[in-house]
Design a protein around this ligand. Structure first.
Ligand code: GLN
Length: 188
């Protein structure tokens, strides 16, 4: 099975490495045609505004939207969560709007306020999670499942074939969240 990582900006290499370590063929997605061979796609952390601008040139945003609407599994981490969110409470732009959550961008403050914390991921147990200028989820729609919480805050959610996390599982040295996504890709 091949899983793609959107490779326009952000921590692409780190996701490719974790997926590779799980025995999955992981490829960067740069052009619309790269989507043809993938069973799922990771939207990495980075800068959502920059990612969207780059993706919109050359038609990748449009192709990716069509693929996601057609059921391609996706996992958005941090900026990737912002790209998937229905609503962004403190930002005028809108991106894919496919997961029924409202997020506040950069809600954990500037880069120097980055922190590591333990996320309660239910059956998966406790996850060591890194938050870097992270979005926080301010509203969760009815069809959205909360898979992980930081205290009472939802930080890892799923709506059908779409998964989103506020934190950076690719930096934590713990592949359980990626394994969860790989299992989703195998089933869809
Ligand atoms: N601040 C970024 C954004 O909203 C997300 C930060 C990150 O991915 N670490 O696009």
């Amino acid at each position: 099975m091949t899983v793609g990582v959107l490779a326009v900006q952000g921590d692409v290499r780190e996701h490719l490495a974790v997926l590779g370590a799980l025995g999955v063929r992981a490829v960067p997605v740069l052009r619309p045609r790269d989507l043809a061979s993938v069973a799922g796609v990771v939207l990495p952390g980075g800068e959502s505004t920059a990612m969207w601008r780059i993706m919109s040139v050359g038609g990748l945003a449009e192709e990716l939207r069509a693929a996601l609407c057609g059921g391609l599994p996706a996992f958005g981490t941090c900026a990737g969560m912002v790209l998937l969110a229905q609503e962004i409470t403190n930002w005028p732009e809108r991106y894919f709007q496919l997961v029924d959550i409202a997020v506040e961008r950069n809600a954990t403050g500037p880069q120097q306020h980055s922190f590591e914390a333990s996320v309660d991921a239910g059956e998966l147990g406790e996850l060591a999670a890194l938050f870097i200028r992270a979005p926080l989820v301010r509203r969760v729609g009815k069809g959205v499942q909360v898979l992980g919480k930081l205290g009472t805050e939802p930080v890892w959610v799923r709506q059908g074939h779409l998964l989103a996390a506020s934190f950076h599982p690719e930096l934590a040295g713990d592949a359980r969240v990626h394994q969860y996504f790989v299992n989703m890709c195998r089933k869809e």
